[in-house]
Design a protein around this ligand. Structure first.
Ligand code: SAM
Ligand code: SF4
Length: 335
């Protein structure tokens, strides 16, 4: 653990035990809040980490204290060698999980189980097929919906992520909560966040406080149960009494959870991001390919981590396009 303190503890005393690895910059959906309409400039294939490189970098992080690894994308399941990546990472002593849009996840049930993946986060922003098509620019609602039911049936712990946007899906907050009545899932409402090319503006965002206004109106106050949040949890968790599932709000905009942040992010082209909102990155892949140790770069990147949201510590700063467009598009970060 002293090694962990040396390289994965930042200057604000936060230990980083959670690594999110983006496996791919491409996706089989085109969510408007995630991906610019014109697409993103993709890295040449030779600049993307191979599965051996993913494993080598992950192993270094685990050696220094990482205990949780989440695979993300783009869409991680469209990467051809995903079974091998899962197999390799499953040999490390970590909790391995995945975030997916679930369009093709039914084909991976066995491989996910075989490699010890138990927790799966699925994005679904609307329970209405037409609206789903509008936001994702693809007709895949039924597959995603059926696959959520399948994942539950197969015994996975499922969280459903819904990015809320005013006038688009805020009228579905209660439908989503009612979706948890008979299904043991947690629906997490995410405040719409600014990234390069996603046409963010504060007026489109539905805040934590606004979500709770809908909830307070729809349910008896004695039936709204505040759950205990897990350590390092990014969400405020609730449930409706006697419902099988739960719901939560991820309020990175109005109520950031940076104090307990334990996350680092590795992009598909091998860049370490010390924060979702950071405008700087540290190139681990070039150093790894040169046969040099990556620890000094990791340490420097962790030490440089800002206390709050990549330095955008006020709402005013977050609203300044020049600050948040210095970052990547979300599709190439991975959430
Ligand atoms: N394709 C997978 C999926 O959709 O779950 C994994 C990658 S996706 C980038 C990871 C998460 O980021 C999703 O839950 C998505 O809703 C969230 N996300 C993308 N853009 C966002 C934004 N602008 N604000 C908040 N969350 C966002
Ligand atoms: Fe693809 Fe996920 Fe981004 Fe939607 S949120 S475009 S599914 S990466």
């Amino acid at each position: 653990m002293s090694e962990n303190k040396k390289i994965l503890q930042d200057t604000h005393g936060r230990d980083h035990a959670y690594l999110r690895i983006s496996l791919i910059e491409r996706c089989n959906l085109r969510c408007t809040y995630c991906m610019p309409e014109e697409g993103v400039k993709l890295s040449p294939k030779s600049h993307l980490m191979t599965y051996e490189e993913i494993y080598a970098i992950a192993k270094t992080f685990v050696k220094h204290g990482v205990t949780k690894i989440r695979l993300t994308g783009g869409e991680p399941l469209i990467r051809k060698d995903i079974p091998v990546i899962l197999e390799k990472l499953a040999t490390l002593p970590v909790e391995l999980s995945i975030t997916s849009n679930a369009v093709i996840i039914d084909k991976f049930i066995d491989v996910l189980k075989a490699n010890g993946v138990k927790k799966i986060n699925v994005s679904l922003d609307s329970l209405d097929a037409t609206k789903f098509k509008h936001i994702t620019r693809r007709h895949e609602f039924q597959k995603v919906y059926d696959n959520i039911l399948l994942l539950v049936k197969e015994g996975f712990t499922v969280k459903v992520n819904a990015v809320l946007m005013k006038g688009f899906n805020d009228n579905e907050i209660i439908d989503f909560i009612n979706f948890t009545k008979d299904l043991p899932i947690s629906v997490r409402f995410i405040e719409f966040m600014p990234f390069d090319g996603n046409k963010w503006d504060m007026s489109k965002m539905v805040s934590y406080a606004e979500v709770m206004q809908y909830v307070d109106k729809a349910f008896d106050k004695n039936d709204i149960v505040r759950l205990k949040d897990a350590a390092n949890d990014t969400s405020k968790n609730y449930k409706i009494k006697d419902y099988k599932g739960a719901f939560a709000i991820i309020s990175s905009v109005t109520n950031p959870f940076c104090d307990s942040c334990n996350r680092l992010r590795l992009t598909a082209n091998g860049q370490l991001k010390n924060c979702l909102f950071s405008s700087t990155e540290s190139d681990l892949l070039t150093t790894l390919r040169a046969g040099k140790p990556i620890e000094p770069i990791i340490k420097k990147a962790v030490q440089a981590k800002f206390k709050v949201r990549g330095g955008m510590d006020t709402l005013e700063k977050l609203q300044e396009p020049k600050l948040h467009t210095n970052n990547r598009s979300m599709i190439t970060i991975g959430g």
